[in-house]
Design a protein around this ligand. Sequence first.
Ligand code: FES
Length: 150
Amino acid sequence: MEEKKQSGGLHFVGKKDELIKAKRSFRTLEGRDVLIIYHQGVFYAMDCYCYHAGGTLENGDIEDINGKLCIICPKHKYKITLAEGEGLYRGRNPQEKPPVFRWYSKGVKQRVHTVTEENGEVFVKLVMIPNWVDSDYYQGEKGKVERAKA
Ligand code: FES
């Protein structure tokens, strides 16, 4: 699809009904590969390649983990929240007696972008704050080369 740029950095990414039908849609916006997801009535957008080792998230399952919807990277099963791009992991605090497995956050690891709808059309605005998020690596030249080798 040809990319239509809108003022204010909004990119037209498709008709709402088409994106709903597709559920997962891949777009390249300003040279960045972005995955648009429609899940349970909500649109999400995030960098397409997993922050861990560049796995393609497009076919990842979506699960509710500890009350947060996460995409599960098909490559090594890392869990990434759809709304925030947080990396979640299960661990135990050895100082707790007895230690119990719980979900913890590694903080934001995957860059997520803003999705808006207007008159049946869907737009994505790339969010480039903060300056660095781990998933940025696989959008750059070095990361792309590394992904291709894996
Ligand atoms: Fe995604 Fe390793 S590349 S979990």
